[in-house]
Write a new protein. Structure first.
Lengths: 502, 118, 139
């Protein structure tokens, strides 16, 4: 069925970016446009989600070329859920950016680039063509390079060099994989590839191709041993940018891994074992890295790495319930990780620093804000009945049932260390006595009312999304269950794209 | 012809990875560019290198009967070249800025203690 | 650099190269050419000018900031991409006028898309080059 509604969010972000480029150096209209456009994109994303939820997979052949010859956009439940989450996170970040990003950065084109990034994210989730996925990845990384370097401070540029080198390398691996895949199968359409790959005689070559994809996406989603660029670059840009990166960019890599390894390369025994081992090592390295960090954002960066392992592990276990857990975790993680970095930005506004040794006494001074933050931190740790708790049950249970005790152990260690570092951070940042007053530089106290609201509203929004995920877990499990079913049984996807012609 | 290209791809990949593993920023950039070119030639190689065989089906035929030059890899390479053009030019500007700011080409020196930020 | 030969040659080459870039742009749909190549040739023409006369003079010649070409080009391309949706076709479907127009040939959304690409490429290339060139001069 031809439906242009699929890429409506992409179109919205593209047009916002273009209009904002025309309003170059006019910061106030850009702010209004950004928030309004993000809101519109959110509404369209929800419309798409419910349409897909009720009516099944939608496809659109770009330029009216029939699949598998043209580029096809596909909205199945997995894509449309991620588009909704991206839009929620995007709206939150865009509200936060209005106050949280410096005027100088806005004048140098922060908002247009941000919307190009959102366009790339939406496109990557919705495309059904492997080369088109590569193109959307490039849109994402070019925009993220610009966002990362905007402002041009020393540490930022240093972080950007590492980020750039690793991401271009990842893209090259990805492109090489696509090249070989096209060479051995003769198609680029993912649904068509899913039919052709099992028929290829030289399966060893298929496995090599899969390795290329694993490395490429592994770098992007910061899987052990390819995660080093993440903690050394995510703490450098402004918090609004770090929130987009931390919440969404690594998750595109996860999305691509899930898509490619459920549709194109069905993991064999070795691949499953490999993914589980990678997941264990990712969890452990991320967790131990987080233990020793004193900067709030560096700590969060390591927690991102740690929790990526949970999702990779869910993919490695590869049965319905583990995938369900991993997808639930993905949904929870996007909301919480975006929020963590926004919170780091608010803390920075409150105290002028993000070094835990220099922070303290926030609870005494701002009890309400602290309680709000506590909700988010508890969701992250997974205190029942908050959102981090439910997916872990599924992952634990399946790790035990499939006798992957090492993974179960890593899950426990990862969760405990998360709890420990968050408790340590809570004690240091909120409960400890206020350090000597001469260090404090409270921008927040001097702000007028609406600016305070603009800073806190996104945090409240995402916190209530987390609460919703936690308290209405049944609905989310239902969605995740449907997604996991669609991932394991790909025939509806293939039929929707190729029109049942096979 | 294919064999020469295969060797060339191997050399480009090897040289690219070797350069990426060096500590110099300029060599890092050159390595990335060489890797990208190697990938492009790899894709080119996959599209049947034949002369004067356009992918056009004759008027009285329904399917291809002869070997033909596949146009898709060329379209892919074109896209990849455009993208790598953008990436490379951005990387050059970035590395130039870093060099101007730090006065060094050594990647090991990119570790100044963290500053605070917004 | 102050070479009389280069400067004189550039005066003649600049319009020829620009004309050639438009030629490439227009023949792009069925033959080798198109917006990207045309844009590159046009920007190379300006690069040649900046070799001969220095980037400041080239900026004076262009008058507008090359950056402003990017939203214009993107706008043209985006509109031509999404125009078919109003006629009930999928995004990016080619819509063509029935009549052939002399010199230009067939007119359709693909041509406008190429035109947008042409402007974007000129804008991006010149912005990057001026940024690098002016930074180098400051040092």
């Amino acid at each position: 069925m031809i439906d242009n509604q699929i890429i409506a969010t992409v179109i919205v972000h593209l047009f916002i970016a273009i209009v904002q480029l025309m309003l170059w150096r006019k910061s106030t209209p850009q702010r209004f446009l950004s928030v309004g456009g993000s809101l519109l994109a959110l509404i369209l994303a929800f419309k798409l989600f419910f349409k897909v939820y009720d009516g099944g997979i939608l496809t659109m052949n770009a330029a009216n070329w029939k699949a598998p010859f043209g580029i096809v956009f596909v909205a199945d439940l997995f894509s449309s859920t991620l588009v909704v989450l991206t839009s929620i996170a995007g709206l939150a970040v865009s509200i936060f950016s209005c106050v949280g990003v410096g005027r100088q950065r806005i004048l140098y084109g922060y908002f247009p680039i941000f919307h190009f990034l959102m366009m790339g994210l939406n496109g990557a989730f919705l495309t059904g063509d492997i080369f088109n996925l590569y193109v959307w990845f490039e849109v994402i990384i070019i925009s993220s390079f610009v966002l990362m370097t905007l402002g041009g401070r020393k540490s930022q540029l240093e972080g950007a060099v590492k980020y750039m080198a690793m991401n271009i390398l990842a893209s090259t691996f990805f492109l090489t994989g696509i090249g070989i895949l096209y060479g051995i199968s003769g198609s680029l359409n993912m649904a068509d590839l899913a039919l052709r790959i099992p028929k290829i005689q030289n399966q060893a070559l298929v496995e090599i191709t899969a390795t290329f994809f694993l490395i490429g996406f592994g770098i992007k989603s910061a899987v052990f041993p390819l995660y080093f660029w993440l903690p050394s670059s995510y703490h450098t840009p402004p918090s609004a940018v770090a929130a987009t990166f931390g919440g969404l960019l690594t998750k595109v890599g996860i999305y691509a891994l899930f898509r490619v390894f459920s549709l194109l390369f069905i993991p064999n025994h070795f691949a499953k074992e490999l993914l589980v081992v990678l997941a264990i090592l990712t969890i452990l390295t991320g967790a131990f890295g987080a233990l020793i960090k004193t900067n709030v954002r560096r700590l969060f960066s390591y927690l991102i790495v740690c929790h990526i392992g949970f999702m990779i592990g869910g993919l490695g276990l590869y049965n319905k319930w583990a995938l369900l857990g991993a997808i639930f975790y993905l949904i929870h993680d996007i909301m919480v990780k975006t929020n963590l970095f926004l919170m780091a930005g608010v803390i920075r506004q409150l105290r002028g620093t993000m070094d835990m040794n220099k922070l303290g006494g926030l609870y005494a001074q701002y009890p309400k804000i602290s309680l709000l933050f506590a909700v988010v931190l508890f969701s992250l740790v997974g205190i029942p009945p908050l959102s981090g708790f439910w997916p872990k049950i599924y992952l634990f249970r399946d790790a035990f049932q499939l006798e992957k005790y090492a993974f179960a152990g890593a899950l426990i260690i990862g969760s405990f260390i998360t709890l420990f570092v968050i408790a340590k951070m809570w004690a240091q940042v909120f409960w400890k006595d206020t350090p000597k007053p001469d260090i404090i530089e409270d921008k927040f106290a001097g702000m007028i009312g609406y600016k305070r609201t603009m800073l806190l509203l996104p945090v409240i929004m995402l916190a209530s999304a987390s609460l919703y995920i936690g308290f209405n877990a049944e609905a989310i499990i239902h969605v995740a269950d449907k997604i996991a079913t669609q991932l394991l049984d790909t025939s509806p996807y293939i039929n929707a794209v190729l029109g049942g012609q096979n | 012809m294919e064999l020469i290209l295969v060797l060339l791809i191997g050399i480009l990949y090897a040289a690219g990875i070797y350069l990426i593993l060096r500590r110099s920023m300029v060599k890092l950039l050159l390595g990335i560019m060489l890797l990208g070119n190697g990938t492009n030639i790899l894709i080119f190689l996959l599209g049947n290198i034949v002369k004067g065989k356009p992918p056009i089906i004759g008027p009285d035929l329904k399917v291809f009967t002869d070997i033909y030059a596949d146009p898709i890899p060329q379209a892919l390479i074109l896209t990849a070249i455009v993208i790598s053009f953008g990436l490379t030019s951005f990387a050059i500007v970035l590395l130039k800025r870093v060099y101007a700011l730090l006065g060094t080409d050594d990647l090991d020196n990119l570790n100044t203690p963290e500053e605070e930020d917004i | 650099m102050n070479s009389t030969i280069l400067q004189t040659a550039t005066r003649y080459l600049l319009p020829i190269l620009l004309l050639f870039s438009v030629f490439l742009l227009l023949r792009g749909h069925y033959y080798p050419g198109g917006g990207f190549v045309g844009g590159l040739v046009a920007s190379i023409a300006f690069v040649l000018h900046s070799f001969a006369f220095g980037p400041h003079n080239t900026m004076k010649l262009i008058q507008y900031k090359p950056l402003s070409l990017i939203p214009i080009g993107l706008g043209i391309a985006a509109v031509s991409m999404f125009l078919p949706t109003f006629f009930g076709y999928p995004v990016m479907t080619g819509l063509w006028l029935e009549e052939k127009i002399p010199v230009i040939g067939m007119i359709g959304t693909a041509l406008f898309f190429d035109l947008g690409v042409y402007f974007v490429v000129i804008g991006v290339v010149l912005t990057i080059l001026f940024t690098i060139a002016l930074n180098t001069e400051e040092e």
